[in-house]
Design a binder for this molecule. Structure first.
Ligand code: ADP
Ligand code: ADP
Length: 229
């Protein structure tokens, strides 16, 4: 499960200003789609429509053939894991942070999630800055490491769909690569992955949608888009 379909989706926040002007695409369950394009193109808006933070103005959005308007908030929350742009960590071990929200998760599942997000080497340490009472034991995490903690938390939840919204974050190339590699592991887990991203230099996605001013200007695999120039 986790198949996504946008059918002629039209959306505006403000009636005078259309944001999405008829967007159609389909993501088979377990596939990865990257939505790329300039800032303001509507990338984050697409992920907001998927988990129904807003409703479409026209057209429809389905998950496994079901209109998201007919799905309860609770089921949507189960179905979709959102990795936020800025991850706030609790003053406790990385393992605790991964486990957050699922206190009953087995240690081995926490470890497996950490391995998949490639942060298993430091799950017993504390994030620095939050760990004043333990001084040197604290570990300073980079932005990418924090994001991978959030990815591990989402993996533990095991939703059929994972959304990574990097639409406005400015990550360096090294960090991008680390996250990409963690996501490659996630998609091996039969999770449908939606990445919203500013750049077109990503990714190992099965499908890339280039969004420009509310329409899909180009679509294809990375190789196909390169060949088109
Ligand atoms: P992207 O993720 O591609 O940068 P967004 O989906 O965030 O683009 O935004 C698309 C457009 O919608 C932008 O022009 C933005 O200013 C506008 N927008 C985003 N959120 C809101 C909102 N809550 N109310 C009104 N306009 C919004
Ligand atoms: P922004 O683009 O402003 O950073 P997001 O698009 O990440 O915000 O999320 C928009 C809102 O939806 C937030 O208030 C967030 O708490 C909420 N949200 C995030 N993930 C989910 C989810 N899986 N189900 C329901 N609501 C969510």
């Amino acid at each position: 499960s986790g198949a996504i379909r946008f059918e002629d989706v039209v959306f505006h926040y403000d009636p005078d200003r259309p944001i999405l002007k008829g967007i159609s695409f389909e993501v088979p369950a377990g596939n990865t789609v990257a939505i790329v394009g300039p800032s303001g193109a509507g990338k984050s808006t697409i992920s907001r429509l998927l988990f129904r933070f807003y409703d479409v103005t026209g057209g429809r959005v389905t998950i496994d053939g079901q209109d998201v308007r007919d799905v309860t908030q609770e089921s949507l929350r189960q179905a979709i894991g959102m990795v936020p742009q800025d991850t706030v960590l609790f003053n406790d071990t990385i393992a605790y942070n991964i486990r957050y929200g699922r206190p009953d998760a087995a240690d081995e599942d926490v470890r497996a999630a950490a391995r998949m997000a490639q942060i298993d080497s430091f799950i017993e340490t504390l994030p620095k800055g939050y760990a004043s009472e333990v001084g040197e034991r604290g570990l300073k995490l980079s932005g990418g490491e924090k994001q991978r903690v959030a990815i591990a938390r989402t993996i533990l939840k095991a939703p059929p769909i994972l959304i990574l919204d990097e639409a406005t974050s400015a990550l360096d190339t090294h960090t991008e690569r680390e996250i990409q590699s963690a996501l490659d592991q996630v998609s091996r887990n039969r999770t449908t992955v939606v990445i919203a991203h500013r750049l077109s230099t990503v990714v190992n996605a099965d499908q890339i949608l280039v969004l420009q001013a509310g329409v899909i200007a180009e679509r294809g695999t990375h190789a196909e888009l390169l060949a088109k120039g």
